[in-house]
Write a protein that binds this ligand. Structure first.
Ligand SMILES: [Fe+2]
Length: 460
């Protein structure tokens, strides 16, 4: 039973110190294992599920955050233990902070957890136990390993429509098999506006998040992978919506309830304007921007036009100028896309005056900057030649995991490779002789290589 009154804004905080592998785990392992098989239809958001949708969020070498959806149970317990340790050894230094939000019109409660004091890279287990003592779910995770600075493997992915039930499971299996250090979800992670466009309410936004989490393999992985997300229009709430969108505050609050990416004490994870996040790992800097909350109409006059908004522009500029370490500027909407005349769903195409300012600002940044984006339902690697930023760099657009199909548009002179098959982009990067080097592999179902480009170099 949910407590009476209030709405989803209500929060509860629990703090506790966990001790080792808890004795109260009586494992109905079969039920959990069965629940991880692929689903065949979109889940019913009012019915209980045989598993707990879990997403590992922002993670550092000593902390990990998680978001969970729990059916009606306000008294769950969490057990955390190292997998390779004797069962009686305690993790007395592991602290759990728990926050929960729910709506009176939904039986699902969104929990956010933070586990700190972890040993870098050590495999651990997360047990979710209901108030009746039943093991509701069990996953494995680790914090980031603390070795090989400046070398990392990560994934960019976007556009994951929960109606693509046949295509979806193989995509999430392939992403899991790629074993990246972390994943950036670059928008359209929930298609809120599927169905009638006229009636988008907070209840509906929440319900679509729940349905998506009950359906996609991403939320069922046995071995969790840290995820940091931003949104694009469909998870912001409606096709091509911008700062004038009436549901933007409700949408923001639901996004914040669903993704565990709170700033960390060591500054490795930090917040920007809107839902923007910064993340430092392995000597690389990632800025995951909010391309929707502050955006003006695509039809605004040049002087009134904004894309990230002045505050976020300043945040990006300050962060990029804060060091010489390589920086990845990630956004839902594609940056360079004006070649698609008449269908210019890009920063360059729709907000040309601000795009010109952006290019000017990046020119003066001393660090090498690489661009990442999603949204367009095809993936492509674009080479941005020296004439633009003063050095050669790249834009990697990763779309779609599984969504409305689109053929690869012709006529992009910057494109080095592309695909319109369902895919995600794996980036393996390192610093060599003061230059950023990377291999880009675009992978599809069955871990099929759709394209692979090795030894791309960005040198400032
Ligand atoms: Fe999309």
């Amino acid at each position: 039973m949910l407590p009476p009154g209030g709405d989803w804004v209500r929060r509860d905080f629990l703090k506790g110190v966990l001790a080792g592998t808890a004795a109260w785990i009586a494992a109905p392992a079969k039920a959990v294992a069965q629940a991880r098989n692929g689903t065949e239809k979109r889940a019913d958001a009012n019915a209980p599920a045989a598993f707990v949708p879990i997403l590992q969020g922002a993670t550092t070498s000593t902390t990990a955050q998680f978001s969970l959806l729990i059916y009606k149970d306000l008294d769950i317990r969490i057990g955390v233990s190292y997998i390779d340790r004797a069962s009686d050894s305690a993790m007395a230094d592991v602290q759990l902070v728990l926050e929960r939000k729910h709506r009176d019109d939904s039986p699902w409660i969104a929990y956010k957890l933070r586990v700190s004091g972890l040993e870098p890279g050590r495999q651990a287990r997360l047990d979710v136990i209901g108030s009746d003592g039943r093991l509701l779910d069990q996953r494995e995770f680790s914090s980031l390993r603390d070795t090989a600075p400046e070398t990392t493997r990560f994934v960019l992915a976007s556009c994951m429509h929960d109606d693509w039930l046949k295509e979806s499971p193989a995509m999430w299996d392939a992403l899991s098999a790629a074993k990246p250090d972390f994943v950036f979800l670059l928008g359209d992670c929930v298609y809120v506006d599927t169905g009638p466009w006229s009636s988008i309410t907070p209840e509906r936004i929440w319900r679509r998040y729940v349905e998506t989490r009950l359906t996609l393999g991403l939320y069922r992985w046995t071995q969790l992978i840290p995820v940091i997300a931003t949104w694009d229009d469909h998870d912001f709430g409606k096709n091509d919506k911008d700062s004038r969108w009436g549901m933007k505050d409700a949408s923001r609050a639901i996004f914040d309830a669903m993704y565990a990416q709170e700033p960390t004490d060591d500054g490795a994870v930090f917040a920007g304007p809107g839902i923007a996040r910064g993340f430092h790992a392995y000597g690389h800097r990632f800025l995951v921007t909010d391309g929707r909350s502050f955006r003006s109409s695509r039809w605004a006059r040049a002087q009134r036009e904004t894309f990230w908004g002045p505050e976020q522009d300043a945040w990006i500029e300050n962060e990029l100028n804060a060091s010489d370490a390589p920086a990845w500027l990630l956004n839902g909407t594609q940056y360079f896309g004006a070649y698609r005349s008449g269908l210019a769903w890009s920063f360059e195409g729709n907000h040309a005056a601000r795009f010109s300012d952006f290019v000017h600002r990046i020119r003066s940044v001393r660090a090498p900057v690489v661009l990442g984006s999603g949204d367009v339902h095809f993936s492509e690697l674009q080479k941005i030649d020296r004439s633009v930023f003063g050095y050669e760099t790249y834009e990697i657009t990763s779309s779609a995991m599984h969504s409305y199909p689109r053929s690869l548009p012709k006529g992009n002179p910057r494109r080095l490779a592309g695909t319109s098959s369902y895919n995600f982009c794996l980036i393996e990067t390192r610093m060599e002789d003061a230059a950023l080097r990377m291999d880009l592999t675009c992978l599809g179902a069955g871990s099929r290589e759709l394209f692979k480009i090795k030894d791309l170099t960005v040198r400032r």
